[in-house]
Design a binder for this molecule. Structure first.
Ligand code: ZN
Length: 156
């Protein structure tokens, strides 16, 4: 199992690279290791490769026991109304912050079999996709806390 990097590890601030061969054994192993690391944490529902020290464009989301894998994802559209909700992050253990994000997302990515996919998501899944996609660009959720919330004590 891979250790999860926590803030302020500098790898979390790097822009990740595209995956060259999504179906290689190395990538399959990485995805399996990421999923294991995510599940080892009680509130873990998503993880991005930089969080285990690999600057590659991959993230995994698990909602209602369904694991979804996104390789080389590209958000194509954000829509719907802006929704404010508490978010956590495995790289900020025990911290939760209110983050405002659009309710709907359309995303293009490569799946575990190397096929291109397009997915439309809303609600919690759309939020998780945006949070994880940010990790691939070195953006942390603390950078998206609304300015008027910054003086508030974080919920621990
Ligand atoms: Zn995170």
């Amino acid at each position: 199992m891979l250790e999860i990097l926590t803030y302020p590890n500098p790898i979390l601030k790097q822009k990740s690279k595209l995956v060259g061969d999504p179906t290689s054994l190395e990538i399959k192993q990485l995805i399996s290791d990421m999923t294991q690391s995510m599940r080892a944490h009680e509130h873990g529902m998503a993880i991005a490769a930089p969080q285990v020290g690999k600057s590659l464009r991959i993230f995994v989301i698990e909602i209602d026991h369904e694991v979804m894998l996104f390789i080389n994802p590209e958000i194509q559209k954000l829509s719907g109304k802006d929704v404010r909700a508490e978010e956590g992050c495995l790289s900020f253990p025990g911290k939760y912050f209110p983050i405002v994000r659009p309710n709907k997302v359309k995303i293009k990515f490569i799946d575990a079999t190397g096929q291109k996919q397009i997915m439309k998501a809303s609600g919690l899944l759309a939020r998780a996709i945006q949070h994880e996609n940010d990790h691939l660009d070195g953006i942390l959720f603390t950078e998206r806390i609304p300015a008027n919330e910054l003086e508030m004590e974080p919920t621990v």
